[in-house]
Design a protein around this ligand. Structure first.
Ligand code: SPV
Ligand code: MN
Length: 622
């Protein structure tokens, strides 16, 4: 451990901040990477306001962010080829005796280390290294995890400051223990402020030592240790300790006349309406992306891992998402990424319900209609995966329990997917196991711009968590089944699909209809609405929905619409079961036996119904 080098690079004040933590493992870690990455200087971030301010200032000074017209707003651009999560370059470092399964990418541990350390060598020359401390989950909570991030990107550090709870105090409380996650990130060589060597982008995950390395990328989903990278470590940790790390929002849904609030979590693949659900007008948000769930004294409780939102900005308008729109257009701390900056230094994004801009600057440089990118593809004025980063506390619908160290009790869990022709808008499982096996473990979704690669391809994505699994799929499913052991009243499980289309290709539901489904779920949790039992779960009764549509949206919901939306699509449901079974057979070596049995039983019920009622029975036949 080269303490002299560390002292030199940190300066006396910075070094004192590290020394105060009296943590040997931490010192070894930071001095090791200070030596390997060779930054010009090191800044150590505590929980103080001045330290956060320093990083914000740096992001502007070194041009990773630029100021926008509204006070507190900045914009960051990622490279042209760095606009989404890079699944192909994200791999687990595995020993030869470790197996995760064929759908989970890995690289030989020794070779991977060699490669990533080579890429880190002198990667921070000419730059400053930031050492930052965070807490995953509310501070002073038994449900939370401490984490340290090393990065040479002030944008990454600034984003984390908005997204994550500060954790220097947590590290003091560790009293020298080595129980924390570690992250090393370098944006690599920059050209015009963006990572230059995208072909050398690597995100390598060391589960054994709980370290994630990320190099030659800036896109937050690849670079922010505390978000999707920590999630992979936390999934393994949760599996070993008997709890769950999920790709879930947490929200509070009010009952009639706001007399009660019921908490729901929801897991949706990226860009399938997750944030939009958690942000529904009139309800309360705790988180939009990541949750830890535990069985505490026979109740399932959840905390938000983060304290901010890194949300998709496309289609956010005053009408569709009033609370977000207000936060994005009022003074306050917001980082916009990969939007267009117009002549007046205002951010513009796709679907902002304003006249299209005719010029500006975006992630591909100066933009004008017809502009082509370096790959010859037409460049829209903003990227489809353009995002905003804000604090939940800056939203007027933020729930008071956001930082409750005990979390909130979960009344219902919602799984969502994206398909145009199979799943009804909302359906409740028969029970916990049926929900996990026949809904969550069957999630399929068409790919979106949130990950690099082709869009619109139907992909298996159990619990919307496949991208982040660090344990074999079968074990993960079993953990989900087991978590309710000893829980008297497990959360109800629902499946939703906002993307159903009619024969003419048009969506069958309006953008706000999801609110009705949510209110129906709330009634179900309290036993105040009846369901109709179909072969695949309980669907709502027409009269209940009609009343909710009227109440909530002032809309006359017709029986024709109901029949079309909620008819059972038997051929498609059977085809889906067959597709999913094939995947489990071919790719998952540890599928729990009960999964196949549950799917076979469901298939049989569908076949029986088909022989009695035809391919597309309306709800009233059940
Ligand atoms: C997602 O894609 O699921 C996100 C954004 O929440 S990212 O940080 O890229 O994962
Ligand atoms: Mn996500």
């Amino acid at each position: 451990m080269d303490i002299k080098l560390l002292k030199d690079k940190c300066g006396a004040e910075g070094y004192k901040k590290l020394e105060k933590l009296a943590n040997d493992k931490l010192m070894k870690f930071v001095s090791g990477y200070a030596e390997l990455c060779d930054p010009d200087s090191i800044f150590v971030r505590t929980d103080s306001r001045e330290d956060a301010e320093y990083i914000r200032r740096k992001a502007l000074e070194n041009k990773e962010e630029r100021p926008l017209a509204t006070v507190g707003h900045t914009v960051h651009f990622d490279g042209y080829f760095d606009q989404g999560r890079d699944k192909g370059s994200t791999k687990y470092l595995l020993r030869p005796d470790e197996v995760l399964g064929s759908d989970i990418m890995s690289v030989d541990r020794e070779k991977g280390f060699e490669e990533i350390h080579k890429l880190c060598e002198n990667a921070m020359r000419g730059k400053e290294m930031y050492i930052c401390f965070y807490c995953l989950g509310p501070t002073d909570s038994k449900l939370s995890i401490s984490a340290v991030q090393i990065t040479d990107s002030s944008y990454v550090s600034h984003s984390e400051d908005i997204l994550c709870r500060s954790g220097y105090g947590q590290f003091l409380n560790l009293k020298g223990s080595g129980n924390f996650f570690r992250f090393v990130h370098s944006a690599g060589e920059l050209e015009n402020g963006v990572s230059k060597d995208s072909e050398k982008r690597r995100i390598y995950i060391d589960l054994q030592d709980e370290i994630v390395y990320s190099v030659n990328t800036q896109y937050a989903g690849n670079s922010i240790g505390l978000k999707k990278l920590a999630m992979r470590l936390a999934i393994k940790c949760a599996s070993e300790e008997g709890w769950l790390t999920e790709h879930m929002f947490i929200m509070g849904v009010y009952g009639r006349k706001k007399r009660r609030i019921t908490y729901f979590t929801g897991s949706f693949p990226s860009a399938c309406g997750k944030t939009a659900t958690a942000m529904l007008d009139g309800e309360k948000i705790i988180g939009d992306d990541l949750a830890y769930l535990r069985n505490i004294n026979g109740r399932i409780r959840a905390v938000n891992v983060e304290r901010g939102i890194f949300g998709i900005i496309q289609d956010v308008s005053e009408k569709s998402d009033p609370a977000i729109f207000e936060a994005l257009t009022s003074p306050g701390e917001v980082i916009f990424s990969n939007v267009l900056v117009d002549r007046h230094d205002n951010p513009r994004w796709l679907g902002d319900a304003r006249p299209e801009p005719d010029s500006g600057v975006n992630f591909a440089g100066e933009w004008a209609p017809g502009r082509k990118g370096p790959d010859g593809n037409a460049v829209l004025y903003a990227h489809k995966n353009a995002r905003y980063t804000i604090r939940l506390r800056d939203l007027k619908n933020c729930d008071a329990n956001l930082d409750n160290p005990e979390g909130v009790e979960v009344g219902g869990i919602i799984y969502g997917g994206r398909d145009s022709d199979t799943s009804a808008p909302v359906i409740q499982s028969f029970d916990w196991a049926h929900g996990i096996l026949a809904q969550a473990a069957m999630i399929e979704s068409e790919t979106t711009a949130a990950t690099l690669g082709e869009e619109g391809v139907r992909k298996f994505n159990l619990m919307a968590n496949l991208d982040f699994l660090s344990i074999p799929i079968g074990r993960y499913i079993q953990n989900n089944l087991d978590i309710v052991q000893g829980v008297k009243k497990p959360p109800l499980i629902f499946h939703v699909n906002y993307f159903l289309r009619g024969k003419d290709g048009k969506y069958l539901n309006g953008i706000k209809d999801k609110h009705v489904w949510l209110k129906w779920m709330e009634l179900r949790v309290h036993g105040e609405a009846k369901g109709i039992k179909t072969p695949i779960g309980h669907i709502p009764k027409y009269d209940d929905l009609k009343a909710l549509f009227k109440d909530l949206l002032g809309k006359d919901y017709t029986r024709e619409d109901y029949n079309e939306q909620f008819k059972l699509r038997i051929p498609e449901c059977i085809a889906k079961i067959d597709r999913i079974k094939k995947i489990y057979h071919a790719k998952v070596f540890d599928t729990p036996h009960i999964l196949m049995k549950t799917l076979d039983d469901q298939r049989q019920r569908l076949e029986d119904s088909r022989s009695k009622n035809g391919d597309y029975p309306a709800p009233d036949v059940f």
